[in-house]
Design a protein around this ligand. Structure first.
Ligand code: NDP
Ligand code: HEM
Length: 500
């Protein structure tokens, strides 16, 4: 007993007992003065924080990003200097399920990376798909509502999902990926990650280049069929956490190769599609992949809550040499994430261990507030406003990104070309083998089964514009499933009306 550490209150006073309350007499009631008990119960009541409004279920790891190829002609970002190694925190997630959802569900996967660079943290908050369901931030809350529970049934609603998508044909690219083999990766190690949006890079000479980020799995793609996933979920709901944790624990570290695609600033206006629309990819044939470096995840966090639940990724976290683009969704996300973090984790979420810059000094004039547990007084308590006569921190104009020329009237612009949303999904559909197409149709039938005939017809009309075979295949799979369900076996016990 003597060599074990002592148990204390949160104020450091030793505990007398951790299993027997203080009572008035051997069989009497509990005394309010048993503060240890009150503290213990009160802390339990505060163990949970709000789960993320989306991407609530997740799996995390720590590791390193190493630059293997020189892209300094595009960017002055220190994280991309040849040979540089940067510590990284990752979190992968499903989008729609709550924090207790099964891992192997059909859904898009989040792919978040926090690079602790010398110039502060750079967050790449992407998905395992190169595109997204909608291209305007206005539509994101409605889209997410269709993925969550129905207000009356409290069940997820395929009717709502396909009703929304059918009214929003720009979704068909992402829905095609979701319903394809890639809709259920076997674990986070067997999928790619994409920045999805167009971002920008800028170099020492002040030249801007538009860029897309692609993290390609070195483990190879591997996916579950619906049937495999159902059987797996029957055995374990935590298959991703198990696979990831055990692989890293065994020294079998997953790796990804980072590639970029680049587009000259002036070439954006010449493309037949809007390169700032997150429902579109940049074709590889026109914008070939350029190798940059390798990401290796090689450490399991010592404490999941501290490093993964408390992780706050935000597309607003950029560093000199990396910038935004005019993508309307990206612009919405620049606001949304930090706001979500202040709500979910508190004012000073950036000072938590998962989020604190590890390789750059953090010096700002934000003051006080709830849970301000660090000084931030730069060694001189007089320097608490700006400008000041002391040696408080000052802005560095030399890290300014090159100016971006903007033309046009302030207005609300919709995509004029109504056919443009079907071109790239068609290219993807045509890439699929015959067997992949059959699985695509079957996955639709499983997902759309409960939808009304009206919603199904509206979705077939969208698919028809991608490719008539696509619409016909999904219709056939749905009708086949309907006839299977309606095929009531006739037995001696079957009432006459039902048999007729
Ligand atoms: P390519 O033939 O050069 O590339 C096809 C791409 O499709 C590859 O990146 C491949 O990924 C990916 N792919 C294969 N199966 C699936 C699937 N089930 N779900 C999602 N992606 C898949 O052609 P293009 O660049 O001209 O693009 C054609 C279509 O491919 C696009 O319209 C788009 O739908 C899709 N795509 C394109 C990407 C891009 O950045 N250009 C990225 C991903 C998809 P991998 O190499 O990892 O096997
Ligand atoms: C998480 C908003 C689009 C990827 C979140 C969170 C919010 C949010 C509020 C929860 C953050 C938290 O509590 O930690 C939005 C809005 C969008 C949008 C408003 C559109 C306007 C996208 C897109 C992608 C994406 C296009 C991918 C390309 C993610 C990921 C997470 C996330 C990966 C989980 C981050 C983590 O692991 O902690 N989003 N999102 N989101 N979002 Fe988005």
């Amino acid at each position: 007993m003597a060599d074990k550490p002592r148990l204390t209150t949160t104020a450091g006073a030793p505990y007398v007992s951790n299993d027997t309350t203080q009572t008035a007499g051997a069989r009497g009631p509990v005394l309010l003065q048993d503060y240890q008990l009150i503290e213990k119960l009160a802390h339990q009541n505060r163990e949970r924080i709000p789960e993320r409004v989306v991407h609530a279920k997740g799996w995390g790891a720590q590791g390193t990003f190493r630059v293997t190829h020189d892209i300094t002609k595009y960017t002055c970002a220190k994280v991309f200097r040849p040979g540089t190694e940067t510590e990284v925190l990752s979190r992968w997630s499903t989008v729609a399920g709550e924090s207790g959802a099964a891992d192997a569900e059909r859904d898009v996967r989040g792919f978040s990376l926090k690079f602790y660079t010398e110039d502060g943290n750079w967050d790449m908050v992407g998905n395992n798909t190169p595109v997204f369901f909608v291209r305007d931030s206005y539509k994101f809350p409605d889209f997410i509502r269709t993925q969550k529970r129905h207000p009356k049934t409290n069940l997820r609603s395929p009717e709502a999902m396909f009703d929304f998508w059918a009214g929003q044909p720009e979704s068909v690219h992402q829905v095609t990926i979701l319903m394809s083999d890639r809709g259920i990766p076997v674990n986070p190690m067997r999928m790619n990650g994409y920045g999805s949006h167009t971002f920008s890079l800028w170099n020492e000479a002040g030249e801007r280049t538009w860029v897309k980020f692609h993290f390609k799995t070195q483990q190879g793609h591997k996916h579950h069929t619906n049937e495999e996933a159902e059987a797996l979920i029957g055995k374990t709901r935590e298959s991703y956490q198990e696979d990831l944790f055990n692989a890293i624990d065994a020294g079998d570290f997953p790796k990804w190769t980072l590639f970029i695609q680049v587009m000259k600033e002036e070439d954006a206006a010449k493309q037949p599609f809007n390169p700032f629309d997150v429902t579109k990819v940049w074709p590889h044939g026109d914008f070939p992949l350029i190798e940059v470096g390798e990401l290796e995840m090689n450490r399991n966090p010592e404490n999941y809550f501290q490093m993964v639940e408390n992780a706050a990724f935000s597309p607003s976290n950029i560093v000199p040499g990396i910038g935004f683009s005019p993508d309307k969704m990206l612009q919405g996300r620049i606001f949304a994430y930090a706001d979500a973090h202040r709500y979910r984790l508190g004012t000073h979420y950036e000072a938590l261990p998962a989020n604190a810059a590890k390789n750059a000094e953090v010096q700002h004039y934000h003051k006080d507030g709830s849970m301000r547990f660090f000084t931030n007084d730069f060694g001189d308590p007089n320097a608490y406003y700006e400008p000041n006569q002391y040696d408080g921190p000052v802005a560095k104009p030399e890290v300014v990104e090159p100016p971006l020329r903007i033309d046009g009237d302030a207005d609300r612009y919709v995509q004029e070309d109504k056919d443009a949303d079907y071109v790239q999904p068609r290219a993807l559909y045509e890439l699929f083998s015959g067997e992949e197409k059959e699985r695509l149709y079957a996955n639709y039938a499983a997902a759309m089964g409960p939808c009304s005939p009206e919603v199904k017809e509206r979705w077939y009309a969208v698919l028809e514009r991608v490719h008539p075979d696509y619409a016909a295949g999904v219709r056939r799979a749905n009708e086949q499933k309907d006839s299977d369900v309606n095929a009531v076996p006739i037995t001696d016990d079957t009432p006459v009306e039902a048999a007729e």
